[in-house]
Design a protein around this ligand. Structure first.
Ligand SMILES: Cc1ncc(COP(=O)(O)O)c(C=O)c1O
Length: 387
């Protein structure tokens, strides 16, 4: 490893925000084939060598200019002060920005939505109260449930790889919590708001004590107009909440900010179950500036849609189908083990997603990088899939 962590920090710190994005997005130098398991070291590799990192559903473009400028202002102002007002300021801005009847009392923030998933599982799941999740889906709540010694009811996705809401409703009877990822990671599919609202209504009448967590980490990228937040349902029922994040469309994964919305009594249970962290002042400033810059989100969504369409079409031309992606990643039927495809891609400088059982022998999850990265990645995919 030729670059130390300190060099990495200095390299990124030296340039402007634009240079930072370019370093992450494009990379330079030679190809590294030995990947470090340390996330910081592997980020060094991805940032400084000829590697295209499309494995983690991150945002290759980072935050918008207004957010970067707001964070720089705080950095050069006084980061020596605590950000006591950050939670209240963010709750107010998030409620106003989201609408659907949310007030600041319906919003809590955390250092990433992962902390809220952990809190929800700890609040509602136990050895006598199972967790329900689709499979494949995001695994974070499963991992927490395992540490709690709780049963996990896994409901396979349907033939089109969308979540089986009927199956999830049956599995919910007597469960502690349902984790419903909409859009779903890794299948990239999404259900309409009408379907999600009907699901919540059904479970709340058949199993009223079961909590429902609707994870909307990727919802800003959904272009199907029928897909929308379940914020209103989170206000309507006890123990129903949505989680959102600044890690995806807002491009701030490294800054760590997530939030949940629900009734105050529901949110109090989450706060009692797990530490949600203190939001740092730069993150808060970046998030507030992002929320004040809706044009950037429109442009970000459109750029993602353009890159998504290009990449889906490229696979189609090669004879491979992706699901109907409503996210910043694709789930592609590559008709071979994901590990073989991943290893072959890595040898040619492209890092794609890990295995997603039970579909690890047929599907690969490919995050969307910049258009330039995807054009280069597609050439690599062609070499692998067309030979
Ligand atoms: C579906 C889903 N939920 C939650 C998270 C966690 O995001 P964060 O903790 O960065 O907000 C991720 C991250 O990849 C995700 O894919």
């Amino acid at each position: 490893m030729s670059l130390s962590r300190r060099t990495f920090v200095r390299t990124l710190g030296a340039g402007s925000a634009g240079a930072l994005s370019a370093a992450w997005g494009i990379g330079r130098g030679r190809t590294a084939l030995a990947w470090s398991s340390d996330p910081v070291e592997s980020a060094v590799q991805a940032a400084t060598q000829e590697i295209i990192r499309i494995s983690g559903n991150e945002n290759a473009r980072g935050p918008g200019r207004a957010a970067v400028e707001a964070m720089e202002e705080v950095l050069h102002g006084n980061v020596g002060r605590y950000g006591f007002s950050a939670p209240a300021d963010l709750a107010e801005a998030l409620a106003r920005n989201t609408g659907h009847g949310l007030t600041p009392e319906n919003v809590i923030t955390a250092t990433g939505s992962g902390a809220l998933l952990q809190a929800g599982t700890r609040a509602y799941v136990s050895p006598t109260r199972p967790l329900v999740n689709a499979t494949p889906s995001f695994l974070s709540t499963n991992r927490t449930a395992e540490t709690l010694g709780a049963e996990i009811r896994l409901v396979p996705v349907l033939a089109d790889l969308s979540i089986d809401l009927d199956g999830m409703a049956e599995a919910a009877n007597g469960a502690g919590m349902v984790f419903l990822c909409n859009p779903n990671n890794p299948t990239a599919t999404a259900h309409s708001h009408a379907d999600i609202a009907a699901y919540i209504r059904r479970v709340k009448s058949s199993s009223p004590d079961t909590a429902i967590l609707v994870d909307e980490a990727y919802i800003e990228y959904a272009t199907d107009p029928a897909v929308d937040t379940a914020a209103a349902e989170a206000l309507e029922y006890d123990d129903v909440f949505i989680t959102r994040t600044f890690s995806k469309a807002y491009g701030m994964a490294g800054m760590r900010l997530g939030w949940a919305a629900g009734r105050p009594a529901t949110l109090a249970k989450l706060q009692a179950a797990w530490g949600l962290g203190n939001i740092n002042v730069m993150t808060a400033a970046g998030a507030l500036a992002s929320l004040d810059d809706p044009d950037h989100m429109v442009a970000e969504r459109e750029e993602n849609r353009r890159i998504r369409e290009f990449t889906i079409n490229a696979f189609k031309e090669m004879g491979y189908e992706a699901t109907d992606s409503q996210t910043n990643f694709l789930f592609v039927n590559i008709r071979q083990p994901a590990a073989d495809f991943r290893d072959a891609a890595r040898e040619q400088g492209v890092m794609v997603g890990r295995d997603f059982p039970p579909m690890e022998n047929s599907h690969s999850r490919i995050s969307l990088g910049t258009m330039e990265e995807m054009q280069r990645a597609v050439e690599v995919f062609k070499r692998i899939l067309e030979t």
